[in-house]
Write a protein that binds this ligand. Sequence first.
Ligand SMILES: Cc1cc2nc3c(=O)[nH]c(=O)nc-3n(C[C@H](O)[C@H](O)[C@H](O)COP(=O)(O)O)c2cc1C
Length: 186
Amino acid sequence: MNKPHVAVIVGSNRRESINRQLAEALVGLIGDRAETSFVRIDDLPMYNPDLEPERPEAVTRFTREVKAADAVLIVMPEHNRSLPAVLKNAIDWGSKPANDNVWSGKLAAITGTSPGAIGTAVGQQHLRQILGILGALVMGGEAYLTYKPDLIEDGRITNEGTRMFLQAYIDKFMGLVAKLSGATQT
Ligand SMILES: Cc1cc2nc3c(=O)[nH]c(=O)nc-3n(C[C@H](O)[C@H](O)[C@H](O)COP(=O)(O)O)c2cc1C
């Protein structure tokens, strides 16, 4: 049986994004249980209904890639206690037209990191609410991390306790991915 496909969305357009680093480490924790691919959102134009009659290529690529995935893993910063505009913009593009909403029925897991004490917790709650309204199946539980410069080294989570916590979160996600995609987990 084919492996399930997990699309990874980094909610940041920053070149040195700490959330991209975290996402890359999480892909390592998924291992060979799924095909993974990063879905770009930084090249999407600002949502504008005027563009709908002829959607820009970046938008059709984005929706095609999300649709093709069995599940999405969203790794996000928090901006002003909410989700970054670049991520909300991607969510908006995917939500339209309403009869072709890419989030509907899509399994999703959310995590993220920031240097703040509550490491993206509030932003994640906002995203969870939005995705719920759009009909996504957002995995329960929470995983937010306070970023420290030594959190990730050579693509790996350095602290054993943090790594085990994230591994458990990813394992739970992969269990749901396998169940909902009908694939056998290896
Ligand atoms: C506009 C803006 C708002 C921010 N608001 C928050 C916030 O509410 N909470 C927080 O923990 N960090 C906040 N930060 C700091 C980010 O967590 C930090 O820039 C982090 O590196 C962003 O993640 P990234 O490197 O993946 O883009 C904010 C940063 C920016 C630019």
